[in-house]
Design a protein around this ligand. Structure first.
Ligand code: S3P
Length: 435
C-alpha cells in the first residue's frame, strides 16, 4: 500500500502487526518547547521535535511574535526576543487546539492586539474555558458567539495572579493559565478535578521557573524561563494505534522504542493490561525531565473493562482507538466521565459510535461515554474523517479487524496534523495488503 496524505484513501491491509518502530515526537511536548523557548532568555535546543502541521502552527505563531526558529543538524533552535511583540496579522492555528489555547494565555500578558483563529474544526471548539479564568486575571479578551468559539481577540496588558478551581481536567486550560501567570503580579494557581498531563510543569521547571505542586494544585509566579535542551520522546497518543492494533490482532507483537511514558499519559498501558494484553517496558529512563521506555504489546484474548474517573485524562486522546479495540474484547467495555471527547477535533463519541455501529459493533452511546459488547466481527465501511486525525487513524486500525474488507476514509489530509508517516509505518508492521 502506498502512502497518501491527501484526499480519500482505501485501506485494505491485513494483520498481524509485527515489528519494532519509533513513532514521531510527542505533540504536547513539541508545542511547549517552541512556545516556552520563545518566551525564554537564551536559546532552547530541541531534539525529536514533531514535524507535523499542528506543531508548524505553533512554530509560525512564535515567529509572528518575534522569535527565531532554525534547524541546526538534527536540532531545532528557538531564540526568543527580549519581549514577544504584537503580531502583524491574524494568527491561524490551523487544526491545533493546543496552539490556540496556550497562545491565548501567553498573549494575554503581551501588550498589543492579537487575533487567533483556526480551521473549520478548531472554530467549533470551546474557548470560554480559557477566556473566563484569564479575565479573572484582568485579561481583556473576547471571542465569537458570546465568547464561546474562535476567533479569539486578545488585547494584552497587565495581569494579576488568581486562584482558579477548574471544572474539567484540561492541560490546555491549565497551561494557558500558568503561562499567563508568568506575566502576572502575585501568585497564579490552578486546581484540577483530576490530574491532567504535566508537561508544562516539568518543562517550566527545567527552564528554571519555580513551579509549586500540592496535590491537584499547581502554582507559579512571574518569571522568565531560561533556554534549555529538550529531548522529545515518542508520542504515546500516536503509538496507541499500533499498540491497540497489536493487542487486538491475533499473532501480533509490536515494540515502540523511545516512547514517552510520563505517568500522566500512560492510562492506555493500564487499560491494555486490564484487558489482558501483554505489556512490557524495557530500558526505562528519564531524559530532559520526561520518562521514556521501549514498550512492547503482544496480542492476547482481550476482555472488557471499565474505563472511568482519574484514568480518563491519562488516555483521553487514545479513547477512539480503545473503542475500536474494545469491539474485539470478550464482554462489556464501559467508558464513562469522557464528555470531553465531544469537544475534540470532532465529537469523537458521536463519530466513533456511529462509524463503529455501521461496521458491525454493538455499541451504546452515553452523554459521557459508551458501552461496547464484544467480540463482534467488523466489516468494511466508508468513513467520514471529519477533519479529525484520530478518527482517520482509528478506522485504519479498525479495517485490520475486518479480515480483509476495504475501509474507505473520505479524507486523510487530517492525519498530517499529528502523524504524517502513519500509513507508511502501518505498511511496515502490517503483514500485507489484502488482494
Ligand atoms: C493537550 C491536552 C489535551 C489533549 C490534547 C493535547 C495538551 O486537551 O486532548 O490533544 O497538549 O495540553 P485538553 O486540555 O482539552 O484536555
Amino acid at each position: 500500500m502506498t502512502t497518501h496524505t491527501n484526499g480519500p484513501l482505501a485501506c485494505r491491509r491485513k494483520g498481524p502487526l509485527r515489528g519494532t518502530i519509533e513513532v514521531p515526537g510527542d505533540k504536547s511536548i513539541s508545542h511547549r518547547s517552541l512556545l516556552f523557548g520563545a518566551l525564554a532568555s537564551g536559546e532552547t535546543r530541541v531534539r525529536g521535535l514533531l514535524d507535523a502541521e499542528d506543531v508548524h502552527s505553533t512554530r509560525k505563531a512564535v515567529v509572528a511574535l518575534g522569535a527565531t526558529v532554525r534547524e541546526e543538524g538534527d536540532e531545532i533552535v528557538v531564540v526568543g526576543p527580549e519581549k514577544l511583540r504584537e503580531p502583524g496579522d491574524v494568527i491561524d492555528c490551523g487544526n491545533s487546539g493546543t496552539s490556540l489555547r496556550l497562545l491565548t494565555g501567553v498573549l494575554s500578558g503581551i501588550p498589543g492586539l492579537a487575533v487567533l483563529t483556526g480551521d473549520a474544526s478548531l472554530r467549533k471548539r470551546p474557548v470560554r474555558r480559557v477566556i473566563d479564568p484569564l479575565r479573572k486575571m484582568g485579561a481583556n479578551l473576547s471571542a465569537r458567539d458570546g465568547d464561546r468559539l474562535p476567533p479569539v481577540v486578545i488585547r494584552g496588558g497587565p495581569l494579576r495572579g488568581a486562584r482558579h478551581v477548574m471544572e474539567v481536567a484540561s492541560a490546555q486550560v491549565k497551561s494557558a493559565i500558568l503561562l499567563a501567570g508568568l506575566f502576572a503580579e502575585g501568585e497564579t494557581s490552578v486546581v484540577e478535578p483530576e490530574r491532567s498531563r504535566d508537561h508544562t510543569e516539568r518543562m517550566l521547571r527545567g527552564m528554571g521557573v519555580p513551579v509549586r505542586v500540592n496535590g491537584l494544585e499547581v502554582a507559579v509566579s512571574a518569571a522568565r524561563p531560561r533556554g534549555t535542551r529538550v529531548d522529545v520522546p515518542g508520542d504515546i497518543s500516536s503509538a496507541a494505534f499500533f499498540l491497540c492494533g497489536a493487542a487486538a490482532l491475533p499473532g501480533s507483537k509490536v515494540t515502540v522504542r523511545n516512547l514517552g511514558v510520563n505517568e500522566t499519559r500512560t492510562g492506555l498501558l493500564d487499560v491494555l493490561r486490564a484487558m489482558g494484553a501483554k505489556v512490557t517496558l524495557e530500558g526505562a529512563r528519564e531524559i530532559a525531565g520526561e520518562p521514556r521506555a521501549d514498550v512492547t504489546v503482544e496480542a492476547a484474548e482481550l476482555r472488557g473493562t471499565e474505563i472511568r474517573g482519574a484514568v480518563i485524562p491519562r488516555l483521553i486522546d487514545e479513547l477512539p482507538v480503545v473503542m475500536v479495540m474494545a469491539t474485539q474484547a470478550r464482554g462489556r467495555t464501559v467508558i464513562r466521565d469522557a464528555r470531553e471527547l465531544r469537544v475534540k477535533e470532532s465529537d469523537r463519541l458521536a463519530a466513533m459510535g456511529e462509524t463503529l455501529a455501521r461496521a458491525g459493533a454493538k455499541i451504546e452511546l452515553y452523554d459521557d461515554g459508551c458501552a461496547i459488547d464484544g467480540p463482534t466481527p467488523l466489516r468494511g465501511v466508508p468513513v467520514q474523517t471529519r477533519l479529525d486525525h484520530r478518527i482517520a487513524m482509528s478506522m485504519a486500525i479498525a479495517q485490520l479487524l475486518t479480515g480483509g474488507d476495504e475501509v474507505v476514509l473520505d479524507d486523510v489530509a487530517c492525519v498530517a496534523t499529528s502523524f504524517p508517516s502513519f500509513f507508511r509505518l502501518l505498511d511496515q508492521v502490517a503483514a500485507g495488503a489484502a488482494p
